[in-house]
Design a protein around this ligand. Structure first.
Ligand code: NAP
Length: 287
C-alpha cells in the first residue's frame, strides 16, 4: 500500500480541461514504485486564474507543476528563469519550485524526444544525419532545437503552412547557422532520398485526424521514421515505414521521457521507464 503522510512531496499538473492528462497516472505510479512519500494531483485551472493560482500553489508547498494546454505560453511569462529551450519556444511544460523561492520553467519535449530516439533507434548517427521534420508547431520547435543541439548535421523543415516553417528556420538559424532549410509542402518527398531521419511532429495521424498522405518508398533503407503522435501507438505513418522495413520510433517513449526532469525534482530520483509503465499508459488509453 502506498502511504501518503503529512510530510509528503506534492506536485501536480495544471491545464484546462485536465481530465485527459496522463501525468497523474504516471507520476503517482513512480511515487509508488520508488516508494516515495509523495502525491501528484490534477488541477483544472481556468486561463484567467493561472497568474494567481501558480504562486499560491508554490506558497502551499508544492515542489513543482507540469503545465498543459492552454497554459504553457502564459506560465513562461511569469517565472524567474527559463531554460534555453523554454525561452526559444516561448512555452514551459514544467515548473520547478526551488528551495531558494525561485521558479524555473523548462520545456522538456525535446529532451523526451531525444532520449526516446536514442533508445528506439540506437544506430542513428545524428552528427552525420540529414533530418526532415514535418510540422512547425510547438512540439516541432522543441524537437528541432533538441536535434540541432545534439548535433544533427542538417535539418530540413516542412509544414502545411510554409510561413511557420520559415519563421522557425529563421529563428533557429540565428543559433545554429547554415544547418537549416525549408522544403515546400507539395515537394516533400523530392528530398526523401537524402533523409536519414524523418519526424512527424504534426497532429496528422492522431485518432480522429487525417493521415499524412506521403510515400515513404524513396527514403533510404537505413532511414529512421519517428512519429510523436502516440494515439494510436502504431500510426499510419509508422505502418508505412514498417512496410518499407525502416526503423520506427513511436511517440509514447517521448511522452514518458519528457516527464523525467520534473519527477527528478519533486520525486528526488530518476524514475524508471520500463515496459510496465508503457503498459500502464497503453492500457489506460486503450491502445
Ligand atoms: P500545434 O502547435 O498545434 O502544431 C500542430 C502542427 O500540426 C502544425 O505544424 C500544423 O500545421 C500541423 N497539422 C495539423 N493538422 C495537420 C494536417 N491535417 N496535415 C498536415 N499538418 C497538420 O501542436 P503541437 O503541440 O506541436 O503538437 C502536435 C502533435 O504532437 C499533437 O498530436 C500532440 O498530441 C503531439 N505531441 C506529442 C508529444 C509526445 O510526448 N509524444 C508531445 C507533444 C505533442 P499548420 O501550421 O499548417 O497548422
Amino acid at each position: 500500500m502506498h502511504l501518503i503522510t503529512g510530510s509528503a512531496r506534492v506536485a501536480g499538473v495544471i491545464g484546462h480541461p485536465i481530465g485527459h492528462s496522463m501525468s497523474p497516472l504516471l507520476h503517482n505510479y513512480w511515487f509508488q514504485t520508488h516508494q516515495i512519500d509523495g502525491v501528484y494531483i490534477p488541477l483544472d485551472v481556468a486561463p484567467i486564474e493561472v497568474n494567481e493560482v501558480v504562486p499560491m500553489l508554490k506558497k502551499a508547498g508544492l515542489k513543482g507543476l507540469n503545465v498543459t494546454i492552454p497554459h504553457k505560453e502564459r506560465v513562461a511569462l511569469c517565472v524567474d528563469e527559463l531554460s534555453d529551450e523554454a525561452r526559444l519556444i516561448g512555452a514551459a511544460n514544467t515548473l520547478l519550485f526551488r528551495d531558494d523561492g525561485s521558479t524555473l520553467g523548462l520545456n522538456t519535449d525535446g529532451i523526451g524526444f531525444m532520449q526516446n530516439l536514442r533508445e528506439q533507434a540506437p544506430a542513428l548517427a545524428l552528427s552525420r544525419s540529414k533530418v526532415m521534420i514535418i510540422g512547425a508547431g510547438g512540439a516541432a520547435r522543441s524537437i528541432a532545437y533538441a536535434l540541432l543541439k545534439n548535433g544533427a548535421h542538417e535539418l530540413c523543415l516542412t509544414n502545411r503552412t510554409k510561413a511557420r516553417a520559415e519563421a522557425l528556420a529563421e529563428q533557429l538559424t540565428q543559433i545554429f547557422p547554415n544547418r537549416l532549410t525549408v522544403e515546400p509542402w507539395d515537394h516533400l518527398e523530392k528530398k526523401f532520398d537524402e533523409v536519414d531521419l524523418l519526424v512527424n511532429s504534426t497532429s496528422a495521424g492522431m485518432k480522429g485526424e487525417q493521415n499524412l498522405e506521403i510515400d515513404l518508398s524513396p527514403l533510404p533503407r537505413h532511414a529512421v521514421v519517428a512519429d510523436i503522435v502516440y494515439n494510436p501507438l502504431m500510426t499510419d505513418l509508422l505502418k508505412k515505414a514498417r512496410a518499407c522495413q525502416l526503423t520506427t520510433v513511436d511517440g509514447l517513449g517521448m511522452l514518458l521521457h519528457q516527464a523525467v526532469p520534473g519527477f527528478e525534482h519533486w520525486g528526488g530520483c530518476t524514475p524508471k521507464i520500463d515496459l510496465s509503465i508503457r503498459q500502464l499508459i497503453t492500457d489506460k488509453l486503450g491502445l
